[in-house]
Design a protein around this ligand. Sequence first.
Ligand code: SF4
Ligand code: MSK
Length: 630
Amino acid sequence: MDVRNFTSVEQMEEEAKNLKERAAAAGAETWEDRKKAQTPQCKFGEDGICCRICSMGPCRITPKAPRGICGADAHAIAGRNYLRMVAGGTAAHSDHGREICHTLHATRPDGHYQIKDPAKLLRLANEWGVKTEGRDIYDIAHEVAEIGLMEYGKPFGTQRFLTRATEERQKLWHELGIAPRAIDREIATAMHMTHMGNTADAEALVRQALRTGMADGWGGSMMGTEMTDILFGTPQPRETEGDLGVLDKDMVNIIVHGHDPAMSEMIVLASEDKDLIEYARSKGAKGINVCGLCCTANEVTMRHGVKMAGNFLQQENAILTGMVEMIAVDVQCIFPSIGPLSECFHTKFITTSPIARIPNSEYVEFHPETAREKGRELVRAAIDNFERRDPAKIYEPKKKQGARVGYSCEAIIKELDGVTNSYVDVRGTYKPLIDCIKAGVLRGAVAIVGCNNPKVRPDYSHIEIMKELIKNDIIVVTTGCSAQAAAKAGLMKPEAKELCGAGLKRVCELVGIPPVLHMGSCVDISRIMLLVNDVCKQWGIRCDQLPAVGCAPEWMSEKAVAIANYVVSTGIDVYLGIEPQVKGSAQMMELITEGTRKLTGGGFIINTDPHVLVQKMIDGIEKKRAALGI
Ligand code: SF4
Ligand code: MSK
């Protein structure tokens, strides 16, 4: 194995250092400067024991003052803060899902948004009892979208997607009272419970955190994934590239950033319009180069092979190259610092959603009726901006890696179908995968997901953990910014099989897959939930018995806390490399680590050392194997 084929974290850091020097020269600040200015960070906040829920506060818990003015103790305060994080995360993911439902509802045969995967639409229509025979596909789409939208506010019943889970999960969720009702209701209940004068019992707060998280993963996020596939196509494996080296000095560089692909799809389409490519050439550029950041990158790379410029903590670095004509953003994970930073360069900063209004940006609202023209207008404006580049400010990052992306559940099954003739009778199942795990060729699977966090070396934990897992014959699936860390390191290209143990290497060769499978954006962790449940159904085991775990080594967002809650509700342990902000309450720490495991079979395992964390994962997987007798 030639390590020169891969990019090390040290090499990534070297590039980041060069770009940081550019920032200093341009008089711009970056997250590193602001982190320094914020250090030391507030201990009360870090431990989750500062309450400012009512104006009698803020109240902070100390040994001398163990209760807030109303009498709330550390457990109540940390528990309420924690539940509010879950509510925030669920709101963000689910509102993204709702927007996509509205986009689906706005599809027309001659409109800007059309149905790209009618087969998936029909499957969902059948699942939901929507009449399909003899009906126009767009009529069906509108009815499905309406039913999806009703899941947000229906007065009775629980989420429709729950019926996709194993029987044992469905039963357990109902028995525990964590089967989510309407999505908005669970968010409202979380906010109501944590209002001054309501729930002060940590156990009840954690239970509602599970239920609210479930409204995300088995509600809003799953809605986002399903409707996006119907609208823009279900991902299939395709080749792309990752890291800042994908920016091209000779091209008009446009970056799309955020989460909801409705805007970025229009920019990608416009960038392929012949007249705009000609226009770019007339301005001295060789063409138009659309690249992505964060989860918008994941969405458009999975469906178009758009190159991935990088992840969360690289958003400023992209602009520091001086080569970005435009950064167009939709929602979530966008640094407000992009405003002042882009003004130090020629970069146009475009915000497009009323959900993410940011100073020092140009606001161009996107609507289904005008989306295609708006996309073209933005691409044209980026081309016009090409001439305004300052050659003295240009820095060309050289590093990039090839990556294979787009492993939806449908794509994984298709790949498995191609494995061997002996499975000809069970095509369309995960049986080959299950057999590999049973035989020990694969020891298990880990989903590595989530953000970067300045509390740790960017990307280091993601990459170290992935390398150690694949070396130990544990297959990795990944989403979000973790996927981009993998892409930058070269772990999502088929050649990464050289870093694997003998068993996983053989599987990669046989199936023709990389050892780290890209499953999409943050909302697509819902795909992983379906994968887990379908594998367990076909195997005939409970979800908490499966030798598979989740890991968010560098998480930072409220969405990550929501995700972690639906994953443990699904019976899967979640390994965290950043401590949740509840340390000021021993009871809360106990509840999120051991307490939930007693209820659902899944809990958090927390360790800030990635090497210790990965060893715990391997041990956890081996323990599950032993319990299954395999
Ligand atoms: Fe203080 Fe209680 Fe008000 Fe929180 S709810 S700020 S602990 S008085
Ligand atoms: S974009 S939520 S930083 S993974 Fe989904 Fe990345 Fe985390 Fe945002």
